[in-house]
Write a protein that binds this ligand. Structure first.
Ligand code: SF4
Length: 376
């Protein structure tokens, strides 16, 4: 199985915490769409040997595009690749872009899964995060999507903002759970990344700092509220109901091949990892010259082992000890040694050949993984 990721590098406004690649100017949108078409032309054959099952429009904000533009991208993909086995086409959307007609047209174009960036239904949170939409628009967007009969809807929520009380968080979960078609939820702690407006605003004393204790508490509060409502916690930041998991994201975690198109997109092909240039103008210029806009990231065996440990530990399936044995024999004795210490002090537990995080360690997933890492 293989997937295609398409990065749409435009947003209406910059959220204060965001460190993804995007531009708030739409000046280059048409040139970008032409360049993307060229990139599909140049690189489309890279998945020829693979069965493509998922397509994912991420960003940025893909819903900023019109349905005709999304349709045009899908038609370009269809011309150069075999898409007859594709079962999941996801589009990330922001509530302020949602209207009945536009999203019905997306549906007709083939989009069958939506990932809606709600983050919160509370104005204080939305203001702190500098989101472009209001709380009311969040509710209306869910109503419209529900009425259109999208069967697979994922909602993004953010917890741990200094503005979010525990009651507000529970209320966010209740409001989402009112929509029975929402069967997937991604929940992220508000993180203050370097070089973001939020970091600068906190430094200047214009925004409150985030509080780690509150973030830990709200991680577990959210987990328990979602599990009460039959959402399965299958990855640190992801929950699914009725067997739903994001097929596209799961394929990343299991190292299935995917082709990333658009500025800043990553690809994983023939065990090689590639990254597209994260600059809209340079991406367009390179493609105008028919040059492929990406470079290869060379992963050493150590990088591959550390990455496997980090990713697997974050999932409910955990680390497969047999996988370490077969793929990383040079690190196996180190791994077994470290693993037994973590088992002894209760940070990990073992089921058959899989090691998983204990409930108390879930919030420290990355730190636990680091104690299994080897140095390059
Ligand atoms: S809409 Fe998404 S990609 Fe755009 S600035 Fe906000 S968080 Fe970042």
């Amino acid at each position: 199985m293989a997937g295609i990721y398409i990065h749409i590098p435009f947003c209406k406004q910059a959220c204060s915490y965001c460190d993804f690649h995007f531009s708030t100017s739409l000046k280059l949108k048409d040139d970008f769409l032409k360049a993307l078409d060229r990139e599909i032309d140049l690189r489309g054959s890279l998945l020829n040997e693979q069965v493509i099952e998922t397509i994912y429009f991420g960003g940025g904000t893909p819903s900023i595009l019109s349905s005709a533009e999304i349709e045009g991208i899908l038609a370009a993909l269809d011309k150069r690749m075999l898409l007859d086995k594709v079962t999941e086409i996801t589009l990330e959307a922001n509530p302020d872009d949602v209207s009945y007609d536009k999203f019905r047209a997306f549906q007709k174009a083939g989009i069958n899964r939506l990932s809606l960036g709600i983050q919160s239904f509370h104005e204080d949170d939305l203001h702190y995060m500098h989101r472009a939409h209001t709380s009311q628009e969040g509710i209306q967007a869910l109503e419209v999507i529900d009425a259109l009969g999208y069967k697979t809807i994922s909602v993004d929520l953010i917890y741990g903002s200094p503005t979010t009380t525990d009651e507000m968080l529970v209320n966010n979960v209740e409001l989402v759970a009112n929509f029975s078609n929402v069967n997937h939820l991604s929940a992220y702690a508000l993180t203050v990344e370097d070089r973001t407006p939020l970091k600068a605003l906190i430094k200047r004393g214009m925004k409150k700092e985030v509080n780690e204790e509150q973030q830990v508490r709200q991680f577990y509060l959210l987990k328990s509220e979602l599990e009460k409502r039959s959402f399965v916690h299958y990855e640190i930041s992801n929950y699914g109901k009725d067997g739903q998991v994001s097929r596209h994201n799961t394929s990343y975690w299991f190292h299935e091949p995917y082709l990333g198109l658009g500025p800043s997109a990553h690809s994983f092909l023939n065990h090689r990892r590639l990254q597209n240039i994260a600059n809209n103008k340079k991406y367009i210029d390179l493609l105008n010259k028919k040059e492929v806009p990406c470079f290869e990231e060379i992963l050493s065996p150590t990088n591959k082992y550390n990455e496997y440990v980090l990713i697997a530990l974050r999932t409910m399936w955990g680390i497969d000890v047999n996988h370490i044995h077969h793929n990383f024999p040079q690190f196996e004795s180190y791994f077994m040694n470290q693993m037994s210490k973590l088992l002894d002090d209760g940070q990990l537990f073992k089921v058959d050949n899989h090691v998983k995080l204990s409930k108390e360690s879930l919030i420290y997933a990355d730190q636990v993984a680091m104690s299994l890492f080897v140095d390059d």
